[in-house]
Design a protein around this ligand. Sequence first.
Ligand code: ZN
Length: 70
Amino acid sequence: MTDKKKSGAKIEPLRPKRPCPICATPSTRAFFPFCSRRCADIDLNRWLKGAYAIPVVEEDDVPGEDEPPA
Ligand SMILES: [Zn+2]
């Protein structure tokens, strides 16, 4: 009677584990490719900031009258 090792262990995902792009901790399936919801949120925030990027207005250093406060 051959008693095979029953797959009582966790089923590993086929894809190799990748480190979380935020903190480099091995990612979890639940929050792939991140390790946690926190990191997913961080990335989402970055993405949103990028999407709603504030146009950078480069102000030239206008030579003006620098009046000191009286
Ligand atoms: Zn992470």
